[in-house]
Design a protein around this ligand. Structure first.
Ligand SMILES: [Zn+2]
Length: 365
């Protein structure tokens, strides 16, 4: 039987964000100045005159100021989130993802200054912190739910790994094919969790569960049930939000990677999550988010399943891409601006995505 390990000293305070890289630290003041001096707004206006309309689809995960345990799930501070939503509703036309998908699918031109707000995974802070702000600004949004986790109250594998690494009383450990790690300092634990998570991402789902059981056993610390349950929305919260401007999209039942999964199994994962949400909210579910944001999840076979099940569009995690005329509605990239309001501003005005497109062209992609 697994018992939670003693709380490491460094973790007695709530844990906030991951350390920034040098490049991030150096570019922050420059981006801040661009934002304050109106250069980003000017770029957005110029862009609207020179380029066909594009839509920015923003992807959030968690909203709040701290995590319950060290994590690298993208976290937007509540105050910053409010500033971002205020900016979107003031400068853009916030529409629903489903409307954007239908417009693209019908080959109609995109509305001017369209913006779409989405959240992945269904964390409870979406209800506690994001929803009141969205309601205040009258902003529609779509939340993608992995329905099995809400039904069973079991944690996502990455949260379980993060918890175990941050709470283990082991000082070092050889985890075989997952590598050898030391857990003596905050940074060592943070790096270990990140490396283990990225190595597990490529382990097939059929083997992933046993690899995680083994890992948690070695670390001797497992996330307590009540904490796991508390991380997610309840169906009552989903129902309430669905009556007040929030749409819910399918994100599979168990949040597997679809890469390499037999199509029959993928069909069942997608269809069952779509059905479960529709049953709760009482209306059809027509948007989908690929469960691990990588492009390799998107195949002709999966797209055929989505069309057959009546989905009008699907999104993934490309953080650099605007939705432009001609974008395949089943391959819509989303922006996930991380650090703060200024980097958000840089991204949604189109400058950062345009620079990334230019870089891709120069590299021949
Ligand atoms: Zn997800």
């Amino acid at each position: 039987m697994l018992v939670p390990g003693p709380t490491p000293a460094y973790h007695r305070q709530p844990f906030s964000a991951a350390p920034l890289t040098l490049g991030q630290r150096l570019s922050r003041p420059v981006i801040g100045a661009f934002s304050r001096l109106g250069i980003l707004d000017a770029y957005g206006i110029m862009r609207r005159h020179l380029a066909p309309p594009a839509a920015r689809v923003v992807a959030y995960h968690r909203v709040g100021n701290t995590y319950e345990f060290p994590s690298d799930v993208p976290l937007t501070a509540a105050q910053d989130f409010e500033r971002q939503i205020a900016h979107l509703t003031r400068k853009y036309r916030v529409i629903s993802l489903s409307d954007l998908g239908r417009t693209l699918g019908a080959g109609r031109s995109l509305p001017e200054k369209a913006a779409v707000i989405t959240f992945d995974d269904g964390y409870r802070d979406n209800y506690l912190l994001a929803y009141p702000i969205l309601k205040r600004y009258g902003a529609p949004a779509t939340i993608f739910l992995a329905t099995g986790h809400i039904d069973a109250g079991t944690p996502f594998w990455w949260d379980r790994v993060s918890y175990a690494v941050s709470h283990t009383s082991r000082e070092q450990l050889d985890l075989g094919r997952l590598g050898e790690y030391r857990f003596q300092t905050v940074t060592e634990r943070w790096l270990a969790a990140r490396t283990i998570r990225s190595r597990l991402k490529d382990v097939l789902d059929s083997e992933k569960n046993s690899a995680i059981e083994e890992l948690v056993g070695h670390l001797g610390a497992d996330m307590p049930g009540p904490l796991a349950r508390d991380l997610f929305l309840s169906w009552d919260e989903v129902r309430e939000m669905s009556h007040n401007g929030i749409d819910f999209g399918a994100h599979t039942v168990n949040h597997p990677t679809l890469i390499g999964m037999p199509l029959g199994q993928a069909h069942s994962e997608i269809a069952r999550s779509q059905r479960r949400i529709a049953e709760v909210v009482g209306r059809p579910v027509d948007t989908f988010a690929y469960p691990d944001g990588r492009r390799a999840n998107i195949t002709a076979g999966i797209k055929a399943i989505l069309r057959e099940l009546g989905f009008v569009c699907a999104v993934y995690g490309n953080p650099d891409a605007l939705v432009r005329p001609g974008t395949d509605p089943y391959e819509m990239g989303r922006l996930s601006p991380r650090w703060n309001f200024n980097t958000f501003h840089l991204t949604v005005c189109g400058l950062y995505p345009d620079l990334m497109t230019l870089r891709g062209r120069m590299r021949g992609r």
